[in-house]
Design a binder for this molecule. Structure first.
Ligand code: ATP
Length: 443
């Protein structure tokens, strides 16, 4: 199975079926920026809703916020991004290509030779990844603002606001989903690494000394999350940051990695950020960012366990993991085996033929299902082709209305994965689909 899926196949399916398009394509495209089409936006929204529910509704003591993308420039001085959020950049003196030195293979890094043309590479220069712009009509040093490179700081600077207004008590978390921007030097692999992307972050505030316990707790929770999302377990692994990878403020850090067609790569970071961020904001804004435990009357600066996932990167995980090909009636069938909870369309509804009132009957059944499920009505072409079109966009259930429906009020319910079909009474359809979604297991 793993060799069936390639980045070319995913990219081309996404374009062909309206999941993801190149940004500004009619002008030749903007490299590394992507637009989500009708199915892509549904998939992305469903993943975001799934994460939000998992992280807020299903946990005690986690609340959400939605902070602005533009923040006071001091935030990024305090966080260390102005001074440190840089990648080492090298240029080829021959072909002028640009690389991140830390991403070059050992041999090229040592010999300072370009992997593209064998030319000589320059010494590394540090390149800050933040996009800088200005606010207001005058452009001077006082008008500088940055597009946020992570959503985490919006949470830290609202720590006191949330404590004072929402009655949360430590340990508690603040979750946020939103855009982040990084001027990445090397963008590649479709939506894996882009300059504009979305993050889903949750910062968990705890008592110092309890950090190891909560770190283990969140590691376990987060890996289980991906399994609930329908991602195959054998494609996931942890990677612990070694001393050279660990951010200077982090006490411990693990990446969750997924095996993409281009190899295992990071999809989420789980970090013990200690009291670094709140401590820095205390220094820079002059107001204590601490917490009073009302029972013990103890005042302290909380430690933070961060879980930081990429939403747009998770769209790629879901697509890569769902992509499959098998044989159906002597043809190769492309099928996206999405978990039904996140499939852009849940139920396809098809009249066997348009005539004899079957189309009207099918439309009526579809309208009833719409209240609860995302549906797609299709009466064009042979039934087999209609099934195939839905398989390719990952629709888990198909309903066919035929002459028997008129006689005994039953329809055919077809399952995407097994292609099996069963007859179900129309009155029991919603309940049956609801149950199927609940019990879904990928075969
Ligand atoms: P890298 O070292 O690969 O540049 P990072 O370790 O700096 O990434 P984090 O800052 O920990 O990444 O970001 C948390 C998550 O945000 C990542 O696991 C990833 O899912 C997502 N992410 C980060 N940068 C990008 C990007 N350029 N494009 C898409 N998603 C990103």
């Amino acid at each position: 199975m793993s060799d069936i899926v390639t980045m070319e196949k995913i990219t081309s399916l996404c374009k062909r079926r309206g999941f993801i398009y190149q940004s500004s394509e009619i002008y030749g495209g903007l490299s590394s920026a992507w637009d989500y089409g009708p199915l892509g936006v549904e998939l992305k929204n469903r993943i975001a809703q799934f994460w939000w529910k998992e992280m807020t509704q299903l946990h005690d003591n986690i609340v959400g916020i939605d902070a602005a993308i533009l923040m006071h420039p001091k935030v990024w001085e305090a966080s260390g991004h102005v001074a440190n959020f840089s990648d080492p950049l090298v240029d080829c003196k021959g072909c002028k290509m640009r690389f991140r030195e830390d991403q070059l293979e050992e041999e090229f890094r040592k010999n300072k030779k370009c992997p593209n043309c064998g030319g000589e590479l320059t010494e590394p220069r540090m390149f800050n990844l933040m996009f800088k712009t200005s606010i207001g009509p005058v452009q001077d040093a006082s008008s500088v603002v940055y597009l946020r490179p992570e959503t985490a700081q919006g949470i830290y600077v609202n720590f006191k606001n949330v404590v004072q207004t929402s009655r949360v008590k430590i340990p508690f978390g603040i979750a946020q989903i939103g855009k982040a921007f990084r001027n990445e030097i090397t963008t590649k692999n479709f939506i894996f690494r882009t300059c504009e992307f979305e993050q889903m972050e949750m910062q968990y505030f705890i008592k110092p000394g309890e950090d190891d316990k909560w770190f283990e707790y969140w590691k376990k929770e987060r890996i289980e999350y991906y399994e609930k999302l329908g991602i195959r377990k054998n494609k996931l692994r942890f990677h612990q940051h070694g001393p050279n990878e660990l951010a200077f403020y982090a006490k411990d850090a693990y990446d969750v990695e997924y095996e993409f067609p281009f190899g295992f790569s990071e999809i989420e970071g789980i970090h013990n950020r200690t009291d670094y961020d709140l401590g820095q904001h205390t220094k820079f804004c002059g107001k204590e960012q601490n917490y009073l435990d009302e029972e013990t009357k103890e005042r302290f600066v909380p430690y933070v366990i961060e879980t930081s996932a990429g939403l747009t990167r998770q769209v790629l995980v879901v697509l890569a993991d769902a992509y499959d090909e098998d044989e159906a009636q002597g043809e190769t069938r492309t099928v996206l085996r999405f978990h039904p909870k996140i499939a852009p369309v849940t139920v396809g509804v098809f009249p066997l033929v348009k005539k004899d009132g079957l189309a009207e009957l099918a439309k009526k059944i579809e309208l009833d299902l719409r209240e609860e499920f995302s549906t797609f009505y299709d009466h064009g072409g042979a039934i087999g082709r209609r099934y195939r079109r839905q398989d390719e966009i990952g629709t888990p259930y198909g309903i066919t209305i035929d002459y028997e429906t008129k006689e005994n009020n039953t329809v055919t319910l077809r399952f995407r994965d097994s292609m099996e079909q069963v007859r179900v009474n129309v009155n029991e359809l919603s309940a049956r689909i609801r149950q199927e979604i609940k019990d879904y297991k990928r075969s």
